[in-house]
Design a protein around this ligand. Structure first.
Ligand code: GAR
Length: 209
């Protein structure tokens, strides 16, 4: 079983969806650690409720980045717990070199838009204000940019006539909760390789050509 850490800054609904999926055997991994930069994150309570070790590692604010000293503590905590993959689930910090070098192509993020449109904060509102007819969510490998890494999976969500940005966000969130476990299943079970920005999955038996 692949040992997984989840990083979350907020309420933790994606973290909870990953825990539920793990326990239902959706992907061959075990979530062993929850790290948060926010002492009041709801995700910490979810970790406690599921007997998953939860820790807070606060970081100084540096234009959205984790400061290097704290980032070393994140690496140490993951290594100490034997973590092989990291899932960012509403972790509102840009990952830097210490984590990227320690877990190259082993850090995954979920973002609530169809990237490369609307990276950054409040993506659902950005898309709604722009007036797009289709938005959605993206699960991708993390690189040094903000929401720029190679895409594993995307799920489209049509914008409904007359709905608010908040209503769109909650319909996207419902899809995030399905897309994230499925993306993890794909990277943890399937043979795949990177070709530049592209991720190629080899077809498994039974899949049509
Ligand atoms: C989710 O919508 C996630 O996609 C988004 O934050 C929310 C966290 O909700 N992440 C980003 O915007 C990252 N750029 P949650 O704490 O309930 O999972």
């Amino acid at each position: 079983m692949t040992r997984i850490a989840v990083f979350a800054s907020g309420r933790g609904s994606n973290f909870e969806a990953l825990v539920a999926a793990e326990r239902a055997g959706v992907f061959p991994g075990e979530i062993v650690l929850l790290l948060s930069d926010q002492p009041n994150a709801g995700a910490l309570e979810i970790a406690a409720a599921h007997d998953i070790e939860g820790r807070v590692i606060e970081t100084a604010k540096r234009r959205g980045r984790i400061d290097p000293d704290s980032e070393a503590l994140y690496v140490e905590a993951c290594r100490g717990a034997g973590v092989e993959w990291i899932c960012l689930a509403g972790f509102m910090r840009i990952i830097g070199q210490p984590l990227l070098s320690a877990f190259t192509d082993r850090i995954v993020n979920i973002h609530p838009s169809l990237l490369p449109s609307f990276p950054g904060l409040d993506a659902q509102r950005q898309a709604w204000e722009y007036g797009v007819r289709v938005s959605g969510c993206t699960v991708h490998l993390v690189d040094a940019g903000m929401d720029t890494g190679p895409i594993i999976l995307q799920q489209a969500v049509s914008v409904m006539e007359g709905e608010s940005a908040g209503q769109l966000a909650s319909r996207i969130l419902a899809q995030e909760h399905k897309a994230y476990p499925e993306a993890l299943r794909r990277v943890l079970t399937g043979a795949w390789h990177r070709e530049g920005r592209r991720i190629n999955f080899q077809k498994t038996e039974g899949e049509s050509a």
